[in-house]
Design a protein around this ligand. Structure first.
Ligand SMILES: [Fe+2]
Ligand SMILES: [Fe+2]
Length: 228
């Protein structure tokens, strides 16, 4: 890294350490985390499962299945908030910061819609949400410190995996649950657009071992979140 300043004066061979966030930035991130985890999310767009869809009838078994799926999707949106907030914090480029902030705002609609569907079903979100948020924030921050192209690559791969996972959920929803289907279909469309934006902005293609590690982590998360 010939252009980086030395980590310590007198030791020019060592690369500079990543700049740590300021105290103000840390307080702001804690505030965002508390709002994501504890406040009722408010969507900017109308819920796709709006007034015009029939309520539908679900058997007890179908209801349990939908609750498990929507809890997983809600966890995914908690993680999306944490990832994009951390990537925005870690980026040094104001334009990329704005891009990650904008993505987090769009994901906030998904968080609100999945929360509303869980409320309608009389179900709670995952009890492990603070843990998911913390883990995703750490991952997003590490990706962000590796540079914007890697961070965008992480965004593109995350969105690709979420799209795949939503396709799977759309195939598993009971035929009578048009509300959840409408929400997941709109989310899928948005996630495809987020992934395309990341690629257009210069995302690196991540190495296969990293992609496989991300798949393995998401498998653990979806398995646990369905129950807990
Ligand atoms: Fe989302
Ligand atoms: Fe997304």
């Amino acid at each position: 890294m010939p252009n980086q300043p030395p980590r310590f004066p007198g030791f020019p061979g060592l690369p500079a350490l990543p700049k740590l966030p300021s105290v103000d930035a840390i307080i702001s991130e804690v505030d965002k985390a508390l709002k994501t985890l504890a406040a009722t999310p408010v969507a900017q767009r109308a819920n796709p499962a709006g007034q015009n869809l029939p309520a539908g009838q679900l058997s007890d078994a179908e209801k349990e299945q939908v609750i498990g799926l929507m809890r997983v999707n809600h966890v995914g949106e908690i993680c999306a908030q944490a990832l994009y907030q951390a990537q925005a914090l870690a980026s040094k480029d104001p334009e990329k910061k704005a891009l990650f902030d904008h993505a987090a705002k769009e994901e906030a609609d998904h968080l609100a819609w999945t929360q509303e569907r869980l409320d309608q079903l009389g179900a709670r979100p995952s009890l492990l949400n603070p843990f998911w948020y913390g883990g995703a924030f750490a991952l997003g921050f590490v990706a962000g410190t590796l540079g914007d192209k890697v961070s965008l690559g992480f965004m593109a791969e995350t969105e690709r995996q979420v799209e795949k996972h939503l396709n799977d959920h759309l195939g598993r929803l009971p035929a009578g649950d048009q509300q959840s289907r409408a929400i997941l279909e709109q989310m899928r469309q948005d996630e495809i657009e987020h992934g395309q934006t990341a690629i257009e902005q210069g995302a690196n293609n991540l190495p296969m071992p990293v992609k496989l590690a991300m798949t393995a982590m998401s498998k653990v998360m979806t398995t646990l979140a369905q129950k807990i």
